[in-house]
Design a protein around this ligand. Sequence first.
Ligand code: 13P
Ligand code: SF4
Length: 319
Amino acid sequence: GEARRAQLQQAQDQLARRGAVLVAHYYTDPLMQELAEISGGFIGDSLEMARFGAETEASTVVVAGVRFMGETAKILSPNKTVLMPTLAAECSLDLGCPPDEFAALRARHPDRTVVVYANTSAAVKAQADWVVTSSIAVDLVAHLHAQGEKILWAPDQHLGRYVADQTGADMLLWDGACVVHEEFKAQGIERMKAVYPEAAVLVHPESPKPVLALADRVGSTTQLLKATQDMPQQQFIVATDRGIFYKMQQANPHKTFIEAPTAGNGATCRSCAHCPWMAMNQLDALMQSLQGDQQEIRVDPELRERALVPLRRMLDFAA
Ligand code: 13P
Ligand code: SF4
């Protein structure tokens, strides 16, 4: 309505005054995604967000997502100011992989090539040979496997297992998980498929193996969004954060999107399929952050230099 439009306009004006461009992840509030659209910003998966942040001309980038996304932008563009609506937006994968514990594991396996998921702190990335996102994990590990390399993988165990299954690579896995994707239940999805037999099942690879086994398509957020346009089905059961329904519905106004269940009996809970940290990216927080530098991402310069190496490799590999 009217209030919504006024709020968006106000936020857009504030972005313009600060000369800032907004980069949002699909899991953020529809209002945040709409602001990115109308203000000439960008919405994407974590790889595309990194790429956009590195390439934009703007001197200030506002990252609506979780902290590792802001850090990645800063590492790739140290001369830009990187703001976030809130620096408190964490990720359970990042939290579950403390840099010192990771260093200890790495030290025990010096023969393994270290591949870390983008959902990690700068201090973990600084210890990696490669950084990957879900959109290129299978391709990169297949490439390393073909060269005879053994992998140390962190932190998402489900994505790691999926990549190992797809490539046949020897992968030692950290035991982290995403609090959102780990909750989807295969039994519930099976029941839902019985109700919607025509529906295709779309699954993000951070989901457990029994859920991945039911997928018609596995992929990053952007790859799942593309699948809704490429696949002939009119109904989709979607096992990823419900924030993505905004773009899926927008791209396919006549198709139906159903949230995959987080309980075996087919029920869903209100907050299960939504990342609590992505949810912190509200418009009022964004406007506050634009007024100062309280929510500015800073990365230690020495750490930054080391983390840049595997991040650059990721972008070059994906190019
Ligand atoms: P994507 O790389 O698919 O955007 O995933 C990021 C993420 O945090 C998924 O939970
Ligand atoms: Fe991390 Fe999961 Fe949230 Fe993505 S959805 S940011 S992986 S906790």
